[in-house]
Design a protein around this ligand. Structure first.
Ligand code: TYD
Ligand code: MG
Length: 452
């Protein structure tokens, strides 16, 4: 290693730094930079000749690899239609969110289809995993169970057994004896993931790596692993809610942003096949501050309820509390409402929430957010049979969003009768819903709440 080689790494994003500093320049996280042992000395000099690698062309006669279905539709969907052989998948999420539960269920389900599955637990003893399996009613599934953290032994076992899929729970507990660092450190996690991914490709064994993320990024975030794997799935959900969302944030074999919805029950995770019905609360009575957003998650439409509460503030700087949406987006919408429509929120606390624990990232939610805010502020309910969607630009204009037809179809299916959407949306005329097309936010405010 030359002297200038960085030996400090951010545990949140994996960026390398030459010296210790309080804040990572790459991701902005505080107190996440730790000293690391150098990864590998590498070749002494590149002057020495390597061997030439064989090159092929892009044409192939082979069919695309058959995907293995897990028997859990919501999981198959997120994987892009089933498990691709020899692929590497990272499943990340907060501790306690249900990763081990989901993967044990998936392992059992795959095993019952006749695939050879190994589940290697580095966190729990075999007896604990068996207890969980019993609780989930999976004790008779033919899953090979191992409790081990030494990666050399694990790789030897995988090589001997050659399963179709190996689940490593979790990557943070694995250690290589060739790396001088504690398990869970960035160098160990990176080296272990690299070994496993390389093994997967060479030997045709699919691997699932479980990774914990904490909001503080205290343990080596699986972020460093994201670049190495084919597919990154995040398991999300609020601890207090029973709903869990498995989201594909990267997928080399399918659409990204696809979601699978699960419910945590006393007998493990159950699939939720109609998420829209679940994310909508009881909608018989009109309630001020509530607006239904017709969104798209991955390839499928999902209706969610956006809830807002606006109350006089006792604080010098009023509160802006957001759950399930980007807080920067809320600030932008509040600013547009004030500047373009003359509706200020100064001196008012604003609370904004997506019901059910879903995270909404689409800009198409802007209009529903604005509607919920206005409805709460004016104490006027939005008709309970109305959905809204549309992006708000800084000028206050409403911009059409993609997949208008799918959004309307889902809303109509769930019994909604009217939709507010931007002028110029491509509806293709095939809906029985009453459409209220709005060119801008001012027109919307005028129509819904009187002249503002
Ligand atoms: P777990 O899968 O251990 O989480 P992770 O591997 O992501 O850390 O999930 C643990 C939580 O799930 C725990 O709080 C208990 C709950 N749980 C249930 O509610 N029902 C069940 O059937 C199981 C197995 C767990
Ligand atoms: Mg676990």
């Amino acid at each position: 290693m030359s002297k200038s080689s960085p030996s400090f790494t951010c545990t949140a994003c994996g960026a390398a730094h030459k010296k210790w500093q309080g804040r990572c320049d790459a991701c902005g996280a505080w107190n996440t930079i730790v000293e690391e042992a150098p990864l590998s000395a590498g070749p002494k000099s590149l002057g020495a000749k390597g061997r030439t690698i064989p090159l092929t062309d892009l044409a192939t006669e082979e069919d695309p690899p058959p995907r293995a279905s897990s028997g859990i539709d919501e999981l198959d969907r997120v994987l892009g239609g089933g498990l691709v052989p020899a692929s590497a998948i990272l499943v990340g999420g907060d501790p306690g969110i249900g990763k081990s539960t989901l993967l044990l269920q998936a392992a059992a389900s795959f095993a019952r289809t006749g695939l050879k599955i190994l589940y290697i637990s580095g966190e729990e003893a075999a007896a604990q995993v068996r207890m969980r399996a019993q609780r989930l009613g999976l004790q008779d599934a033919p899953v090979g169970l191992g409790a081990e953290t030494n990666l050399r032994d694990i790789l030897t076992t995988l090589d001997a057994e050659r399963p179709a899929l190996a689940i490593i729970d979790s990557i943070q507990t694995m250690w290589l004896d060739t790396v001088e660092a504690a398990p869970g450190s960035v160098s160990q996690v990176r080296a272990a993931a690299h070994e496993l991914v390389t093994f997967a490709k060479k030997r045709g064994v699919a691997v699932v790596l479980v990774g914990h993320v904490t909001k503080e990024g205290q343990i080596a975030g699986p972020r460093v692993v994201e670049h190495m794997v084919d597919t990154v799935l995040y398991f999300e959900g609020e601890r207090g809610h029973q709903f869990r969302i498995l989201r594909a944030v990267k997928n080399r074999f399918g659409p990204a942003d696809e979601i699978g919805v699960f419910e945590m029950t006393g007998n493990g995770l159950a699939q939720v096949t109609n998420p829209s019905a679940l994310f909508l609360s009881d909608r018989d009575r009109p309630a001020p501050g509530s607006a239904v957003f017709a969104g798209i998650e991955g390839t499928r439409p999902v209706l969610t309820e956006i809830q807002a509460l606006v109350a006089p503030s006792t604080l010098g700087t009023p509160r802006r509390t957001v759950v399930g949406l980007d807080s920067g987006r809320l600030s932008t919408i509040l600013a547009v409402l004030e500047a373009r429509c003359g509706i200020p929120f100064t001196g008012l606390d604003v609370f904004l929430n997506v019901a059910g624990g879903l995270r909404v990232n689409e800009p198409a939610a802007d209009l529903a957010v604005a509607a919920a805010l206005l409805s709460a502020r004016e104490d006027v309910a939005i008709p309970p049979d109305m959905v809204l969607f549309g992006e708000i630009s800084l000028s206050g204009a409403l911009r059409p969003v993609g997949q208008t037809e799918n959004r309307l179809k889902e809303a109509s299916k769930l019994g909604f009768q009217q939709a507010t959407l931007p002028t110029g949306s491509k509806t293709a005329g095939g809906t029985d819903m009453r459409l209220r097309e709005m060119p801008d936010l001012t027109a919307f405010v005028g129509e819904m709440f009187g002249a503002g």
